[in-house]
Design a protein around this ligand. Structure first.
Ligand code: ADP
Ligand code: MG
Length: 727
């Protein structure tokens, strides 16, 4: 019965690492497969180059003639690189990326080749992609969805296919993907931040949001992964007793990377480098078989594309190395799960990081402006940020005392807290000359440059300032960063717009100097947004109580967290910033809820299957062994057998009890599921799954794991934690 498990283990033990070939320097490989600025310079005419540059810089449209030229050049380059196909590469609301490959050429009847890739194919396509989630948009509007070229993210060759990053929109222009809203949010951010940055430097012409993600993941042997239906179908272990050893020794964290994994990482990094993903750090994480990979930060849209591409490359590379990557936020109970920290900042075309304190009072006032506006934005819209990272799988992690709580708060460290406290004391209106000197030289002027290396780290904070950037820590390992980045950039852009208005009004109407006006507005923001600042232990019960007093939202699960997506305030915010319309937001909510429901539905089904076809049969088989043993003892010893069979009888009864409970709970879960499925309203259905179905999962697991503890190891069909995590 247990042959799958044991043959998987035999298989995995027989694997040798694929030898590492370190040919050529990494720097020589960088961007080899990317149609980047350098290649454009080689392959495009001056006109076309200028046109693409303008499109990238200011979002101006590329005209058709130029598009033809670019397509021609791209194709020429791609073919010399060995590409045979091209695809529009996009991010439907499934969370993954999608592609549909077409050959560059079509063969005609007479054997001659017909060229297919021109400007038209580059700029726009109509994939028959009607099965992607649209939240009803395509029923109410038009069945067709279009993909359209995003020239700000360069095309790349992956395998033998030229991939062209695109947005995915409906016939009437509604976004059907994660990229389109992100681009709109980044555009809004550019507009708002540039205006504000120009208070300090008139030369600023553009502000880019930057993103540096840190991807955590688990790696397990492919054969072992495939021996577990739950891992295969849900990405996590639905049952499984903790191994005798977990992460308590902390001996994995930053430890020596196992040679099989190192070989995988080396290949992975080479591939990433060719694709222009600037991977930089790798290390073991806290849990056994858990690792992290982080690149150098990039412009946010590009960074999002690179993260999605990375996840795809990881899947494929792992397969080659007979490994499987788990991106699920909580693949194993009892040990840490995986997240994806999003480090975020703002950078100008003059080369300045707006969230980096500088060496002069002016630079620091600029820093404080962006710093405080971000805090204010997060304070106002904390619930939306929470919604942006909500998912069935991330629900296992948020608030589970290994990842940040589901309550949003900001950690800024003691030094900056002191600065904000002092600024709060600035008097209203005009500043006296003494006050000006005090403020400029002693408060603002002395924000130490060493801050960068010196900010104390508070690992329990979901949103921490870490010297020259904010770090959003609740993002799930599987999550498309575009979602939190769309929200974060939209809310900060909105905040900066409001700030600009207020400052200008003080300058115009109250006759204040620019600095005075800025100080005055910032002071009010510091006061207004105090509740979001918290430097203590985010995991503690006390904080939950305190946060409630501060009226911070605490949405523990996905249906609760998502509700804010269609509140009056949210609809107004996103439409005023031209990021998402009401129709788009409602559709997105529908899609997110559907995904949540389906996730739990699949888990429920897999639970039933595991219980009835694997766990109970194993328990019964073992019970039979015991029964046979007791019968044998009875045959030999007659009435005296009890002296020898008490233990076995107790086990037989334990097994019977667990089998009975397991059957009851599983049937009850199936019934709750059927009831939930009958609900027509998506929101009600999601809540029913959360409150009536999901609680059974824990019970079912409890009995399965209890059985795993007592059933003969030889009879246990499911690969165990100690094998998954330590083989
Ligand atoms: P850890 O959180 O593991 O201690 P760090 O805080 O040093 O590591 O985070 C490093 C990450 O921050 C990297 O992914 C890096 O790309 C990113 N990062 C650094 N500067 C910026 C910036 N200005 N904008 C966005 N991300 C940044
Ligand atoms: Mg980090």
């Amino acid at each position: 019965m247990s042959s799958t498990r044991f043959s998987a283990i035999r298989n995995s033990l027989s694997r040798n690492p694929i030898p590492i070939e370190e040919k050529g320097r990494r720097s020589e490989l960088l961007g080899r497969n990317v149609f980047d600025a350098q290649k454009m310079l080689q392959h495009l005419t001056a006109d076309a180059l200028e046109s693409v540059r303008a499109a990238v810089q200011s979002g101006r449209k590329i005209d058709r003639k130029i598009a033809d030229q670019v397509a021609e050049a791209m194709k020429g380059w791609a073919i010399t690189m060995g590409a045979t196909h091209y695809t529009h590469w996009f991010q439907p609301l499934t969370g993954a990326t999608a592609e549909k490959h077409d050959a560059f050429f079509d063969l005609l009847q007479d054997g001659t080749a017909l060229e297919k890739f021109g400007g038209g194919q580059l700029v726009q396509q109509e994939p028959d992609a009607s099965s992607f989630p649209s939240g009803g948009i395509r029923n109410t509007f038009e069945a067709r969805g279009y993909t359209a070229w995003d020239p700000t993210s360069p095309a790349f060759i992956y395998g033998t296919t030229l991939c062209i990053p695109t947005i995915f929109v409906s016939y009437t222009g509604e976004a059907l993907d994660n990229k389109a809203p992100l681009l709109r949010a980044l555009h809004a951010m550019d507009d708002a931040a540039t205006e504000v940055a120009r208070y300090f430097d008139k030369n600023v012409g553009k502000v880019n949001a930057t993103l540096g993600w840190e991807q955590e993941y688990f790696l397990i042997d492919k054969a072992l992964a495939h021996s577990r239906p739950d891992i295969l179908l849900t990405g996590r272990t639905l049952v499984g007793r903790h191994a005798a050893k977990g992460q308590q020794l902390d001996d994995h964290y930053f430890g020596v990377i196992p040679s099989r994994v190192l070989s995988f990482m080396s290949d992975l990094e080479k591939e990433c480098t060719k694709l222009g993903i600037p991977v930089k750090t790798r290390h073991n994480e806290v849990a056994p078989n858990q690792f992290e990979l982080a690149p150098v930060f990039e412009e946010a849209n590009l960074a999002v594309d690179h993260n999605l591409l990375l996840m795809d490359v990881m899947d494929k590379m792992a397969d080659k190395h007979h490994l499987k990557v788990l991106f699920h936020e909580k693949p194993f109970a009892g040990i840490n799960g995986s997240g994806k920290h999003n480090n975020w900042s703002l950078s100008t075309d003059t080369g300045v990081n707006l969230l980096s304190p500088g060496s002069t009072p002016m630079k620091n006032l600029q820093f404080l402006t962006f710093f405080i506006n971000t805090i204010k934005a997060v304070d106002t819209h904390e619930e939306l940020l929470r919604a942006s990272i909500a998912s069935a799988s991330n629900d296992h992690r948020l608030g589970a005392n290994e990842a940040p709580p589901a309550i949003f708060s900001i950690f800024i460290g003691s030094q900056l807290t002191r600065v904000l406290d002092e600024l709060e004391g600035v008097s209203k209106g005009k500043l006296s000359p003494e006050e000006k000197t005090e403020l400029k030289l002693n408060v603002v002027g002395k924000i130490p440059e060493i801050l960068l290396d010196n900010t104390d780290r508070n690992r329990t904070s979901p949103f921490a300032f870490t010297g020259n950037k904010f770090e959003m820590r609740g993002v799930g390992a599987k999550t498309n960063c575009a979602k939190p980045m769309t929200v974060l950039n939209t809310i900060v852009a909105k905040q900066l717009k409001d700030f600009k208005k207020e400052v200008d009004a003080l300058i115009d109407k109250k006759n204040l100097k620019k600095d005075e006006a800025i100080f005055n507005v910032l002071r009010e923001y510091i006061k207004a947004s105090k509740r979001i600042r918290f430097d203590g232990d985010g995991y503690s019960k006390d904080w939950e109580i305190e946060a409630k007093k501060r009226k911070l939202s605490h949405n523990r699960n996905t249906p609760e967290a998502l509700a804010v997506m269609t509140s009056k305030e949210t609809l107004a915010l996103f439409s005023s910033m031209n990021v998402l319309s009401e129709v788009e937001l409602r559709a997105r909510l529908e899609v997110e809820l559907e995904a949540f429901i389906m996730h739990l539905q699949i888990e429920g089904r897999v639970y039933s299957e595991l219980v009835y076809t694997q766990v109970i049969p194993a328990a019964v088989a073992y019970q039979n062994t015991l029964l046979k043993n007791v019968a044998g003892l009875k045959e030999i010893y007659g009435a005296a057998h009890k002296r020898f069979s008490d233990g076995q009888l107790a086990l037989i009864e334990d097994l019977a009890q667990h089998i009975l409970d397991l059957k009851k709970k599983t049937d009850a879960m199936d019934n709750a599921r059927k009831k939930a499925n009958a609900l027509l309203d998506t929101n009600k259905k999601a809540i029913a799954y959360e409150t009536n179905v999901k609680p059974y999962f824990e019970d079912i697991r409890h009995h399965c794991d209890a059985l795993e503890k007592i059933v003969d190891d030889q009879l246990w069909p499911l690969t165990k934690y100690r094998e998954l995590l330590f083989v």
